[in-house]
Design a protein around this ligand. Structure first.
Ligand code: FAD
Length: 156
């Protein structure tokens, strides 16, 4: 990162920034090139490794792309604020963001799908206790993204 003064390296701060985000953008590669899709998400660490879960319909372009190439990129950002000034060059934009890459895979196990859905709704509701039936879990696709590398930057 060129602006090393803006890099966030403390794991707990990175996790808090991700938790403050409400949208993750997943970048796939398909035959037409790069395909970026905004998605709701859940985030956790598995033995220290960052993991994201997403849910979606069981068909569509992103799943076609995933079937061809499991390597994906991702980006999230939050805490936006415009700082204005007298001159154009005095304007700046405050943000916190995360960019990374990882390996995505469809989750087949119904129990893991239910847990992923519970975590996704938890992320947006703030309430942990949600239940899903096997039929509900089976009616959607769940994508698990295991992060290979990620960087976090903030401009405050
Ligand atoms: C903030 C946010 C959160 C979202 N959260 C979820 C989620 O959790 N789960 C979920 O399934 N979907 C979510 N969506 C919708 C998601 O972005 C996709 O539209 C959806 O998942 C379908 O993707 P697909 O690849 O199957 O598209 P398809 O239905 O196969 O359509 C493919 C084509 O449609 C167009 N397209 C697809 N999505 C979009 C889009 N969002 N905006 C503009 N054009 C588009 C593109 O041209 C693309 O080539 C969210 C959207 C936003 C903006």
């Amino acid at each position: 990162m060129r602006r090393i003064d803006r890099e966030v390296t403390q794991q707990s701060r990175i996790d808090a920034i991700i938790e403050a985000c409400d949208c993750a953008r997943l970048g796939f590669c398909d035959d037409n090139g790069v395909y970026i899709v905004p998605l709701n998400f859940a985030y956790l660490r598995e033995g220290g490794t960052p993991v994201f879960y997403f849910h979606c319909a069981k068909e569509g372009r992103k799943l076609d792309a995933l079937a061809k190439n499991a390597n994906v990129g991702f980006e999230l950002d939050t805490n936006h604020a415009v700082h204005s000034g007298k001159d154009g060059c005095d304007f700046s934009f405050r943000y916190q963001s995360v960019i990374g890459t990882g390996c995505a895979a469809l989750v087949d196990d119904v129990q893991e799908k239910k847990e992923a859905l519970r975590r996704i709704v938890w992320h947006y509701s703030g309430r942990e206790a949600w239940e899903f039936t096997d039929a509900q879990a089976s009616s959607v696709a769940v994508i698990k993204l295991t992060v290979s590398e990620m960087a976090c930057k903030e401009h405050q």
